[in-house]
Design a protein around this ligand. Sequence first.
Ligand SMILES: [Mn+2]
Length: 402
Amino acid sequence: MKILHTADWHLGKKLHKHDLSKDHQMFLDWLINLIQEQHINLLLISGDIFDLANPPIEARAMYYWFLRQMIQLKCKIIITGGNHDSALMLDAPREILQLLDIKVVGGAITPIENEIVVLENLVVCAVPYLRDADLRQAVEGESGTSRVENVRLGIKKHYDTLAEICQEKYPNLPKIAMGHLYAHGASTSDSEREIQIGNEAGIDSDCFSQTFDYVALGHIHRPQIIGGNERIRYSGSPIPLSFSEKNDQKIVLLLELSENKIQEIKTIEVPKFRELKRISGTLEEVKAKLIAFQNEAPLKSFIEIEVIEENYNPLVNKELNDIISVYDDENSVVLKHRFSFKNEVKSSEELFIEGTNLEDISEKSMLQKRLEKENSLSEEHRTLMMEAFTELLLMVEQDDEN
Ligand SMILES: [Mn+2]
């Protein structure tokens, strides 16, 4: 039997207002192909199917389109809700999906046994993201512990209860637990939302009973093993969801099961569909790098620009905008830009002797002082700015009089 573990698709996600639906479509096409070629029997998606509780129609359509492909390939699916998902929204079509061999657990179920999915030669504990209310119930009556400790205990109790039931009912079958949570020591990126009391209630790898042969986690977008334990893993998101993930190799995990044991865990690399590129340097350097950059990924690359100049230059923004507007590469889009100056601008109060009353300083002398601090400006430039300022001042004064 072959099982794939993935999570954190975040269908409907936008990156700086740019839609990622093409990225998702390419990933799904690739995944369908993989499932077909590798004869995958079961697909586990550990939460955050959607980016929002109320996802756009297109994202929902993509989800159902994908499920339909899975039915055709006779690949079973188990989907659990994440912190981004609405449990109710995921659960709404549960009954009909069940008939199609698709198990959805949007939110925690009572009785807890109903989170257990029994297949011919495998048991899966389909645990969704556990919300505060689910956990409070679990540790009711236990006093004298902090809220953080309660959350941690609640999560552990949830998994322990499932492990006990599985052990008793299906002692000989291999067991997989799913989860959507923050594990201590996990390396995060910029695109996960903090969960479970600002990540304080992170769980440790010993939260998961030895009964589980594998723990398929979601929530952290970088693929990783937890607590040095090969059997507890985050698959990570299949596509980068923030610039902080631009260099991450995205993966899905393939588990091979035979003789009632997980024989092998393989990492399968997801191809890079889109390049996220950060370009930084002085204005001139940025310009050169931008021109030299060549996109090799199938989708338009997303570029983030950071201009760092030695001295303050009020025209940087304009010049940068000029460069971007002229930069008309059909293979790339500049998503965002920012600039900073190494020699920080001094604030006005540093320019005058202490004790100087603000009312005693004319607007013009204030600007005069300020311009004197600008080493990068030529005398001519200063005069021009002074003249323009005087003109503006005059207009304002005339307006006041009218
Ligand atoms: Mn996520």
